[in-house]
Design a protein around this ligand. Structure first.
Ligand SMILES: [Cu+2]
Length: 460
């Protein structure tokens, strides 16, 4: 739950100081609001400052602020946190205000923001406001634009939100370690005119990758490319919230990528347009209709669509190993290999050896594999028709007729109208016709073997 112990008290106390602005006010620090729950907490409409329609952070929340004169004041606390990736697996990460990712910061074009950053980590840090136009000294690059924030210190960042759009925040200090540990968050700047680019639902999620060995809970921070957990808001399927929308809604999904590789995000069902990138909003005439959009490393994409077709529409990264959880690396490929005799032979050496995947790996999706504690199955999740055989970066856009505005509760599986679900054919299936001029067996093909070096092609 969000704790806002002193938040209300602080705004009352400061109401009389409205005329004062600048560094004098930085003497008083707003309460650091924290949340330790991975449950989505749709934020209420803003009660102070200019109006905007808040975003919905999947499995996350937005950071409350206090107004101090004409400054909007936030308090981020960098600290060790625990994050449940999905039921059955919790990681020890570093994050902000109780969670990884940190809370989403929301503001409005023209807002003057003052962000207090307290470091409760065992090493120094900074916060870089990724994509934001601001004075160079507020850019958060440790050593280059500011001294590092040492453990126990609180620094203050002050800047004006110059344009609306989608931004991120993350450390620019011991960056590989601190980002591998989960330090990141979203920063959304809304247009000053609420009628500009209106949508009915506005979702955000941030992509992160982790390398956590099965049976352990701490990311390996020296991993550069070989990550084994591909997360949206530090959650993996089936732990990622569904994106619940009402049929006919105009929907925006903002996606940020702070992993070390690109992610082609693919959505089934409604076609979307890319309406925003790192650099801002895309002119209407320049928007690309797509079903998959590649989100580059360090990049952001906003996509928009009208949810006209009801159903349970999958949304996922199209790199198939990114829709799997850890343990994928040491499974051998056995497709097409009869394993009965092989299994007998191996069991003489390894008595509890279990063969898997002679017809593929689908059997793992429904099987209860013996696993170490605090480990998720590689392929998991169940739908109304069976196992989904997914993990990692996978969720479902649930388009329903009967969802109330502002309601994000999971409505359960889609009830398909009769006659609209793929079905088994029960009639006779004729033998497929084949080309008769091809040799029936590979053994009938003659090979001529040429020894390397025995002809004149050595210099190719
Ligand atoms: Cu991916």
């Amino acid at each position: 739950m969000i704790s806002r112990r002193n938040l209300i008290g602080s705004s009352v106390m400061l109401a009389g100081a409205a005329a004062v602005s600048g560094r004098v006010q930085a003497a008083s620090i707003p309460e650091a609001v924290t949340s330790t729950s991975p449950a989505m907490q749709p934020p209420p409409a803003p009660s102070t400052g200019p109006h905007f329609q808040p975003v919905v952070t999947l499995n996350g929340w937005s950071l409350p602020w206090r107004m101090n004169g004409d400054w909007k004041e936030f308090h981020l606390v960098a600290e060790p946190v625990r994050r449940e990736f999905a039921a059955g697996m919790t990681a020890r990460l570093w994050g902000y205000n109780g969670q990884s990712p940190g809370p989403t910061i929301e503001g409005v074009e023209g807002d003057k923001v003052r962000i207090f950053v307290t470091n409760k980590l065992p090493e120094h840090t900074t916060v870089h406001w990724h994509g934001m136009r601001l004075p160079n000294g507020m850019d958060g690059v440790g050593g280059l634009t500011q001294p590092h924030i040492k453990p126990g210190q609180t620094f203050v960042y002050e800047f004006v939100l110059q344009r609306s759009g989608t931004f991120m925040y993350h450390p620019h200090a011991d960056e590989m370690v601190q980002m591998a540990m989960g330090m990141m968050g979203f920063f959304v700047v809304h247009p000053r005119d609420v009628k500009e680019r209106p949508v009915d639902r506005d979702f955000v999620f941030l992509m992160a990758s982790y390398d956590i060995d099965p049976g352990t809970s701490l990311p390996k921070v020296m991993t550069m490319t070989d990550f084994n957990l591909w997360a949206w808001n530090s959650r993996v399927f089936p732990g990622i919230d569904s994106l619940v929308v009402r049929q006919g809604d105009r929907v925006r999904i903002r996606i940020g990528n702070l992993t070390m590789t690109n992610h082609p995000i693919h959505m089934h069902g409604p076609h979307f347009e890319v309406t925003g990138t790192d650099g801002g909003w895309v002119r209407e005439s320049a928007r690309w209709p797509e079903v998959t959009t590649d989100v580059p490393v360090g990049g952001m994409r906003a996509i928009e669509f009208v949810a006209d077709d009801p159903g349970d529409w999958a949304i996922h990264c199209h790199k198939s190993h990114h829709t799997m959880n850890a343990m994928g690396h040491d499974v051998k490929t056995f497709i097409g290999t009869p394993q009965k005799d092989l299994t007998k032979a191996i069991r003489k050496l390894v008595p509890d050896y279990m063969p898997m995947g002679s017809a593929g790996m689908a059997e793992m999706g429904s099987m209860e594999m013996p696993m170490p504690d605090n480990t998720l199955p590689m392929m998991t999740g169940f739908g109304q028709y069976g196992p989904l055989e997914m993990g990692g970066m996978f969720s479902v856009v649930k388009v329903r007729e009967d969802v109330a505005p502002g309601d994000y509760k999971d409505p359960g599986p889609y009830k398909h109208p009769p006659g609209t679900v793929a079905y088994e054919f029960k009639g006779d299936v004729p033998e497929p016709s084949r080309r008769s001029d091809l040799p029936a067996k590979p053994s009938q093909v003659e090979f001529s073997v040429v020894k390397p070096g025995s002809n004149g092609h050595n210099h190719h």
